[in-house]
Write a protein that binds this ligand. Structure first.
Ligand code: MEV
Length: 390
């Protein structure tokens, strides 16, 4: 009998306030209906050397797939379990080559959970399979979804799971979810050096969040459930760059914005205030389900992002062509991009009643990967299964 734990977490889009949130201003973000699934199970045959280990298989994250074995300890080191086995202590994972950079978040989750919760797989190997509908480097929170789903699946597998307490189940669930969110945020921080709490909060809880004065508040907004949007992603980084580079991209852009803010202090003060007001008005527009007003505010948000220098030519083109073809609003979403880094990034488009198809085609002609997304939806989901045949 084989035990499997499956956890899935949603992607997110930032609707308003990215970058400005770094300086304490409001931001509004929501989950979207694209998910990343992590499945943890006991490993058949216990690995390459017949011993324990973490075998990680990443399938179909849009644009790549890879498979890699991780063993604790250095190659050839004698552990209690043999040649390449672990010694029951957390060792840094290193020297696994360029390919494993792409699983930086999974490795860090394992390391973090070993150190913080004492999980280990001395009883045998563990298989970790990842399937994703969330493209990398698209500003859709793929790294947060990876952290949340990996942490949750491993915690559940090793008995630190959600809903494991003996008291009030709902209260337990809430506490355990909050622990997953916090753990996942720490893992993301450890990999990237900087990460806002927004992405991991959405991947954990789903729905929408408003960040106000640095505090992440879960929020229900009439207009933000089931809203159909388009996301156009361009210039995906080649896989050989590894996920750490995706994290670094955001870090580099955020640093550049900070430097520009130092140079143009008073201008930035006005831009920050304008963004604060734009997000507040957007929340009001969503309460009233006034999508024409919402779209106009998205266009203003895009202009503010351009003013702080995070709109490379290719993203500018996608936003402009969408606006021209009748989109109610079109804006860069997430960190944006830099021309010198290939203009990698995404735009978020609110199409009007007509013209959606034309906008999609125009963005595709401009070289974008275009995704239809629906806002809102469930956060982390965990299920456990037993295969009686294996
Ligand atoms: C990146 O998705 C959003 C930024 O605002 C950075 C952050 O909030 O950590 C650019």
């Amino acid at each position: 009998m084989k035990r499997r734990v499956r956890a899935s977490a949603p992607a997110k889009v930032i609707l308003f306030g990215e970058h400005f949130v770094v300086f304490g201003k409001r931001a509004l973000a929501t989950a979207v209906n694209r998910r990343l699934v992590v499945e943890v199970s006991e490993k058949d045959g216990n690995g390459r050397s017949g011993k324990g280990g973490y075998h990680i298989k990443i399938e179909n994250i849009p644009t790549f797939g890879l498979e890699v074995d991780l063993f604790r300890g250095e190659k050839g080191e004698k552990g209690e379990e043999g040649e390449e086995g672990g010694r029951g202590e957390a060792l840094p994972y290193k020297d696994y080559g360029e390919a494993t950079k792409a699983i930086a978040y999974v490795k860090e989750s394992i390391k973090y959970l070993e150190e913080s919760y004492g999980i280990n797989r001395e009883g045998g190997g563990v298989e970790i399979e990842i399937k994703s509908e969330i493209p990398l480097s698209a500003g859709l929170g793929s790294s947060a979804a990876t952290c949340v789903a990996t942490v949750a699946a491993l915690k559940e597998f090793f008995g630190w799971g959600v809903g494991g307490g003996e008291g009030d189940l709902e209260a337990d669930l809430e506490t355990d979810l909050e622990a997953v969110r916090e753990d996942a945020h720490r893992v993301e921080l450890a990999v990237q050096g900087a990460a806002s709490p927004v992405d991991t909060a959405i991947s954990t809880y789903g729905g929408s969040v408003l960040v106000e004065q640095g505090e992440v508040k879960r929020l229900r907004l009439a207009g933000l459930t089931g809203l159909n949007l388009l996301v156009g992603c361009v210039g995906c980084l080649p896989l050989s760059r590894g996920t750490s580079d995706f994290g670094l991209k955001t870090k580099k852009i955020v640093e550049q914005v900070k430097a520009r803010k130092e140079t143009f202090k008073r201008i930035f003060d006005s831009l920050l205030e304008a963004s604060e007001e734009t997000t507040a008005e957007a929340v009001a527009a969503l309460r009233e389900r006034n999508f024409v007003r919402l779209g106009a505010l998205m266009n203003i948000n895009h202009g503010l992002l351009d003013a702080i220098g995070v709109v490379p030519r290719r993203l500018s083109e996608l936003a402009k062509v969408s606006q021209e073809l009748g989109a109610l609003g079109a804006k860069v979403t997430g960190a944006g991009g830099l021309d010198e880094m290939g203009g990698v990034g995404s735009v978020l488009v609110l199409p009007g009643a007509v013209g959606r198809g034309k906008i999609k085609t125009a963005m595709e002609i401009a070289g974008a990967l275009v995704l239809d997304v629906k806002t809102g939806g469930e956060g982390l989901k965990i299920e456990e299964k037993f295969d009686y045949n294996s």
